[in-house]
Design a protein around this ligand. Sequence first.
Ligand SMILES: Cc1cc2nc3c(=O)[nH]c(=O)nc-3n(C[C@H](O)[C@H](O)[C@H](O)COP(=O)(O)O)c2cc1C
Length: 305
Amino acid sequence: MDHTDPELAQSSAGVSAYRLLSPGLSAVGLRTHQARYDNLGEPAFPRPAEEFIVASRFAPWEREAQLSGADYFGDVMATALSVIDHESVPDADRVELPPPLSVSIALDEAIVRRRSVRRYTGDPVSLAEIGTLLRFAAGVTGEADAELMRGGGATFRFRAVPSGGGLYPVEVHLAALDVPELDVGTYRYSPVEDVLVRTGDRAVVDRLRDSFAIPGEIISIDSAAAVVLLIARPWRSMRKYGPRGMRFVLHECGGIAQNVHLTATGFGLGTTDCSSYVDDHANEALGLDGVLSFLAHTIFVGWPG
Ligand SMILES: Cc1cc2nc3c(=O)[nH]c(=O)nc-3n(C[C@H](O)[C@H](O)[C@H](O)COP(=O)(O)O)c2cc1C
C-alpha cells in the first residue's frame, strides 16, 4: 500500500468520517486519530494510549507494586545501583572526549532564546561542543556515599538530569555526521567512564538517516552535524515501577532533550527535536529489538543556517 497516495488518504478520511456516524460497523476501514478520539466510548475500538494511562496509575496499596519497589531498599539493590553503568570499554571502541567547554549564557537568556532550528549551514561541530552537550545531557555531576545495612558503604553517582529511582533508563547516543574528530558513525556516551563508545559505522548512519520520514525542506538532515539519539531501556524502570516506569522513560527523555537544547543555545548551535522516524527502520539500523530497547527520541544538531 502506498501510504503517501493522497487519494487513498482522502478516501480513508471518508471512511473515518463514516465510521464516526456509525462506529459500531465492523467494516474494514482506516480511522483517523480524530475518529478514534470521537469513538473512545465504543468498546470495539482499541484505545492503547488510554489503556497505558490507566495501566500506569500509581496505586500504593497494590501488593505487587509494594513488593516490586521494596526490593530496591535493601543492600543488594543499593550495591547494584552504585555500580549502574560501570563498564570496561575496550580501547578499540573508546573515544576520549576533550575537556568540557563552559557555556557562558545566563539560564534565563538560554530559556528565552531556545527555538527549534531545522536548517543548518553544513559546517562541522567540534567534539568539544558535542562532548559538552552529551555531558550536560547525561554526565555524572555528583556523588554521595551511603552506609549499607550489613556494613560497608556504596557510592551513588548522580547525573545532569534527574531519573526516577536513579535507574537511568535512557542512554544517550550520537550519530556523528560531521564532527571532525569522529569517524562518521554511531557512538554511545558512557556517563561513568565519560567517554564515547563506538557502536556503528557509516553504514549504520546511512540506514538511520533513511529511517527519518521527514522531507529535507523541513529538517535538513544533510546539513546537520550530528543527531543525538535517546535510546530507552524501559525495563530498568519498569522492573521497579511497572508500567508507570514507562512514563518515567518519556519524562526523562524530555529532561535530557531540554539540557541539550539549552546547552546548544549557549553555543549558538541550532537544535530540533525530531520524532519523525520510522521506528522499525531506525531500531533495525541501530540493532535494537524495538521493545526492550528502542529509539525513543532524536535531536538534530548543527549551526543555524
Ligand atoms: C517530542 C517532540 C517531538 C518533535 N518532533 C518534531 C519533528 O518530528 N519534526 C519537527 O520539525 N519538529 C519537531 N518538534 C519540534 C516542535 O515542532 C517545536 O518544538 C514546536 O513547534 C515549538 O517550537 P519551538 O521549539 O521553536 O519553541 C518536536 C518537539 C517535541 C517536543
